[in-house]
Design a protein around this ligand. Structure first.
Ligand code: 5RP
Length: 227
């Protein structure tokens, strides 16, 4: 399907937004690609579509409100119809997320959805995962986590703020450590191993992708569905 303009993030985000149907409860991801999906959903709401959104960050909450999408919570709607979110890298229906430090809420929302749809531009597609894995870490546990992750073969760096001195603080009040594991040959095992580290709230490996929308420079969108 041809789209215009030819911004790969925009075509992926806007096309995925069309999966949203009347009366659905939607997970609203974080990042610049999902922002296009949120804006498109806002346009559909203005045309009469009835949906509720659960935001994964302050960013998506602000954007949804600006675009007229009513918000709800997981307390009120623990099961979501669909979640649309971006990714930093995708390989074989596994994503690394957390470039915006929002992966903890993003994972909670993704795991609460019947269908998890990732939207990304073609630069994010890869044959193997090698992107740094963001870790949300309780500040008190930073040194312990550095040691635990080193034992798993990862090299950590505390993510520092831009336009803020010192470390990035997540929406949940925690540090973000970016862990470099080189090429990740077995993401499922790494997922389990990182999850067992004391002091890590959540990590950015997402194993539960159902559909991937990849926007391309020529304005087309390639859709991959897990069988
Ligand atoms: C935020 C995320 C984002 O979805 C991811 O970083 C992709 O962002 P973008 O669409 O801006 O490239 O995981 O925590």
């Amino acid at each position: 399907m041809k789209n215009s303009p030819n911004n790969p993030k925009e075509v992926a985000g806007r096309q995925a937004a069309r999966l949203v149907k009347d009366n659905m409860v939607i997970g609203l991801g974080t990042g610049s690609t999902t922002a296009y999906a949120i804006k498109e959903m806002g346009r559909l709401v203005a045309e009469g579509l009835h949906i509720l959104g659960v935001p994964t960050s302050y960013q998506s909450a602000f954007l949804a409100t600006e675009n007229g999408i009513p918000l709800t919570t997981l307390d009120e709607h623990p099961v979501l119809d669909i979640d649309i979110d971006g990714a930093d890298q995708v390989a074989n229906f596994v994503a690394i997320k957390g470039g915006g430090a929002a992966h903890t809420r993003e994972k909670i929302v993704a795991m609460s959805a019947k269908k998890f749809v990732v939207v990304a531009d073609e630069s994010k597609m890869s044959n193997a995962l090698s992107h740094v894995v963001p870790l949300e870490v309780i500040p008190f546990a930073r040194k312990l986590v550095e040691k635990e992750v080193a034992q798993l073969g990862g090299k950590t760096e505390v993510r520092m703020g831009i336009s803020k001195d010192g470390p990035v603080i997540s929406d949940n009040g925690n540090f973000i450590l970016d862990a470099d594991f080189g090429e990740i040959h077995d993401p499922a095992s790494l997922d389990v191993a990182i999850s067992q580290c004391t002091g890590i709230v959540e990590h950015g490996i997402f194993m539960n992708l159902d559909v991937v929308y990849i926007g391309k420079k020529d304005g087309t969108v390639e859709i991959f569905e897990k069988s």
